[in-house]
Design a protein around this ligand. Structure first.
Ligand SMILES: Cc1ncc(COP(=O)(O)O)c(C=O)c1O
Length: 459
């Protein structure tokens, strides 16, 4: 008979070896290339294999070094997309959460886990100036946005019993792709998502929003919700939240704010986020701008009853009979999933280990890195900014060279990693700062690398 049992000695050796691999990786992360030299062929050669009949034992750890050489590193010179830096105490929290193997469906199935998740959700709500909002953790911003729109519909045009009825949702042209995806999955239909034009700063135009709602009402359609974005993925624009909230109130529409990228910056720069507390629901992503290891999304909402109305479909086998409301609490009544990992432990450990001030300062430093880069771009004759810098995303281009060619070559050089965006129909190089490891020298490396790469293109 083969067995899954591991002796105490073997487990101890395995754990120590795994920990020393983790420590080695963390110690080297800033020295790694900003993107690995790899290809689909190489990764297939290394990792596409069949499951061995006989166990490999500790040899499984030998793969780690190879894996680490073919992943996107979390070092301070990776500026692509919106990718956080995987704070190590959070990573240890994730490990310990897996050790405890809690299923955080409810207080009954995970007494400490459920209580800790409620506590950290409260911290996040406080951090963004929305005390009192309830909610839960989830995989990421996409899951949070999907749940938010499901709640919007159940609040305004209940579909759970009778099925979906036609309705219209409004968001800016710059909205993240997870919103059209959610609209499609909920059966609302992407034709019923109005993409509202933006102003020169790429913020939703409220005059166009009002006009679109009026037009739909006149045509006999049913407006349902407005999705405002607090930190658009391309440029970090914050839609005019107070004005949009006023329109939502006047029109009796649900207001969801997608703060997956930007929302948590309210901890360091609350003045930029006036009106956030007017949202009916708000998506945040602690694996982005709170530096946590993936996955760590969060959906906050004002009205717990609506979460229940949307998500509570209790089958008999999970029915909770406790009298005490704390003990009767169940996340499956308020969110999409039943089995849920103990995501809150990493936040619990990481946020308390460092304290609130350290996170506020890290976000403030990301914001100032973006301003520093913007300043270097403005003062460089060959470069031009393509959008205002509100948060930590900076979109720019070389004035005369092929920017797509610059990007390809820049990534291959491995010194800094940028991604791209399309701004006013122009190809933009894009740097986004959500990394506690980034230094001012790393920021300066962006301009010097772009210029060095552009010069290479001449040869
Ligand atoms: C504004 C915005 N919303 C939603 C998302 C989706 O978040 P996730 O990737 O965690 O699903 C992103 C991701 O970058 C984002 O920037």
């Amino acid at each position: 008979m083969h067995s899954l049992k591991i002796s105490d000695e073997e487990l101890s050796r395995l754990t120590q070896e795994a920990m020393s691999l983790a420590l080695k990786y963390w110690a080297s992360v800033d020295a790694l290339p900003s993107y690995p030299v790899t290809s689909g062929e190489i990764t297939a050669q290394l990792f596409s294999r069949s499951w061995s009949e006989k166990g490999l034992g500790r040899m499984v750890l030998d793969d780690f070094t190879k894996i680490a050489a073919h992943v996107r590193p979390s070092g301070g010179r990776f500026f692509g997309y919106v990718l956080g830096s995987g704070e190590p105490v959070g990573a240890l929290g994730d490990l310990l959460a897996a050790v405890l193997n809690q299923n955080v469906t409810s207080w009954r199935s995970a007494p400490a886990g459920a209580t800790i998740e409620q506590a950290v959700v409260g911290w996040l709500a406080d951090a963004v100036g929305c005390p009192g909002l309830k909610g839960s953790l989830c995989g990421g911003g996409s899951a949070a946005n999907l749940m938010a729109l499901a709640m919007a519909r159940e609040a305004k045009l209940p579909a759970n019993e009778v099925g979906a009825r036609p309705c219209v949702v409004y968001a800016s042209e710059q909205v993240h792709m997870s919103i059209p995806k959610a609209i499609a999955l909920l059966g609302i239909g992407r034709d019923n998502l109005r993409l509202i034009p933006v102003d020169d700063d790429l913020r939703m135009r409220t005059d166009a929003l009002e006009a679109a709602i009026t037009l739909d009402r006149e045509a006999g359609r049913t407006p349902l919700a407005i999705v405002a974005t607090a930190g658009t993925v391309n440029v970090g624009a914050i839609d005019p939240l107070p004005q949009i909230a006023e329109i939502a109130r006047r029109e009796a529409l649900w207001l969801h704010v997608d703060g997956a990228y930007g929302g948590l910056a309210a901890l360091a720069a609350p003045e930029k986020f006036r009106g956030l507390d007017q949202a009916d629901s708000l998506s945040l992503d602690a694996h982005k701008w709170l530096y946590q290891p993936l996955e760590c999304g969060c959906l906050l909402y004002r009205d717990r009853q609506i979460a229940h109305k949307t998500f509570s479909h209790s089958g008999d086998y999970v029915k909770i009979t406790a009298e005490d409301p704390v003990e009767a609490f169940a996340f499956f009544d308020e969110s999409m999933e039943l089995s849920r990992r103990f995501r809150a432990l990493k936040l619990w450990m990481s946020l308390q280990y460092h304290g609130r001030a350290a996170f506020r300062d890290a976000i403030a430093s990301d914001l100032s890195h973006a301003q520093l880069l913007a300043q270097s771009i403005r003062s460089h004759p060959e470069l031009e900014l393509l959008a205002p810098v509100t948060l930590s995303a900076v979109c720019f281009r070389h004035r005369t060279k092929d920017n797509a060619a610059i990007l390809r070559r820049l990534i291959a050089r491995g010194q800094v990693y940028l991604s791209n965006a399309t701004i006013h129909e122009q190809f933009a190089l894009r740097a986004c700062f959500v990394n506690h490891r980034t230094t001012r020298e790393d920021v300066h490396a962006i301009v010097s690398e772009v210029i060095a790469t552009a010069n290479e293109l001449n040869r």
